[in-house]
Design a protein around this ligand. Structure first.
Ligand code: HSE
Length: 403
């Protein structure tokens, strides 16, 4: 019998327990013997649960139990989660997690400890919830250089934008609906301001390019400024608005990485990804575009990815998946100033002014005095300067990249 432990009994933690119970036979078959969740660490009182006797509040019980060989860290945050992960790895236990904040900020250190101790630190569930993405990048696409990663990486914001696009719901009301449906947290900042998507694009960039992309250094804009007017304007341009996390490799090996709302032409597959679903497009220099799609959030979808990592650790005990990236010293992240993009600009003012000041490719005037421009591609820094100058001659209501 294999013994495992779960750190944290929130949404994902309880889901991991449920998956191990629900699919016990299948899991025993894959692992070669039954797997028992011996402990669940949580300070709250869960004594009324059928497995209430498994709860412990002292992490040292798990740390010091040599029977426990694999641990799920599903606490979230970077405080206790970091400390407990580090101590589990040092104690020779593999750790599997959905904690993207921890992987993005301290994954390099934790992977190093795992390597030194001959155990695994795995994080399939940290990006895309139930969508297999980390392992495909590490294994199936391993022979490629990665040119680009571009995806809808946050379920909550995609749900909000879907409500705005299809049901004409305002941002504020859509956010309230997302909270009532259990998608958005009480404090939704990390989702709506793009920080969650930023951590995820950093993790994918670390894997793709081999060095740490620090979320604090990556340009990040959320969707709180997106209005129904923008949604309608995007429609006029044959597009929908999506929050995109994107990383693009340059010829010299550096890369852009950023998160921002974009207009997506409807013929692009990402345009049809709706509700809490995520999709990630990866361009390999041998494969071309490969697309991953599925539930990017949710209890059992995310728990399934954590449990699969745990099974991988059990099945291949004594072997390490070679996952690592540098500590950021290669300075691969290039500022997006030089990234070339086409833009959508909504401007209240004079037609001749906008035509003179921006490289306009098409211009519509849905209501008198309100102009919707699509521009040709320019480096970000040049476009931002032009838009700032335009703002002195009228009102720039919105400006967004077009994918
Ligand atoms: N808050 C995240 C989302 C959960 O909405 O996508 C999954 O990482």
């Amino acid at each position: 019998m294999i013994k495992a432990a779960i750190l944290g009994h929130g949404t994902v933690g309880s889901g991991v327990y449920e998956v191990f119970e629900m699919n016990a036979d299948k899991i025993a078959c894959v692992a070669g013997e039954p797997v028992e969740i011996k402990y669940v660490l949580d300070l709250r009182d869960f004594s009324s649960l059928s497995y209430g006797h498994k709860f412990v509040s002292d992490f040292a019980v798990i740390e010091n139990d040599p029977e426990v060989t694999v641990v799920a860290e599903v606490m979230g945050g970077v405080g206790a989660a970091y400390e407990f992960t580090r101590r589990c790895l040092l104690a020779g236990k593999s750790v599997c997690t959905s904690n993207k904040e921890l992987v993005a900020t301290r994954g390099d250190e934790l992977l190093k400890i795992a390597e030194e101790k001959g155990v695994n630190y795995m994080f399939e569930a940290s990006v895309g919830g139930g969508i297999p993405i980390i392992r495909p990048m590490l294994r199936c696409l391993a022979a490629n250089e990665f040119n680009e990663i571009c995806g809808i990486l946050n379920g909550t914001t995609n749900y909000i934008l879907t409500q705005m696009i299809h049901n004409g719901v305002t941002f504020a009301d859509a956010l309230r609906q997302a909270q009532l449906s259990g998608y958005a947290e009480k404090d939704p900042t990390a989702d709506i301001e793009g920080h969650d998507a930023c951590r995820k694009i950093c993790i994918l960039s670390n894997l793709a390019f081999g060095d740490k992309f620090d979320p604090d250094q990556v340009s990040c804009e959320g969707i709180s400024g997106v209005t129904l007017e923008d949604v309608a304007s995007a429609e006029k341009l044959g597009c929908v608005i999506k929050l995109i996390g994107r990383a693009v490799r340059n010829e010299d090996g550096t890369a852009y990485a950023y998160v921002a709302p974009h207009l997506i032409p409807k013929e692009n597959l990402l345009a049809s990804v709706e509700d809490v679903f995520n999709a990630i497009m990866i361009n390999g220099n041998a494969t071309g575009d490969v697309m991953f799609y599925g539930k990017g959030a949710g209890k059992l979808a995310t728990a399934s990815a954590v449990a699969a990592d745990m099974l991988d650790c059990i099945e291949h005990a004594g072997h390490r998946l070679r996952i690592s990236w540098g500590n950021g010293s290669k300075n691969l992240l290039r500022p997006i100033d030089t990234l070339q993009s086409a833009w959508y600009v909504r401007f209240r003012g004079d037609r001749k002014t906008i035509e003179a000041m921006l490289p306009v490719e098409s211009l519509a005037e849905p209501t008198e005095g309100m102009l919707i421009a699509r521009t040709s591609k320019l480096p970000t820094v040049d476009m931002e300067k032009k838009i700032a100058r335009l703002g002195e001659c009228g009102e720039v209501c919105a400006a967004m990249r077009i994918l």
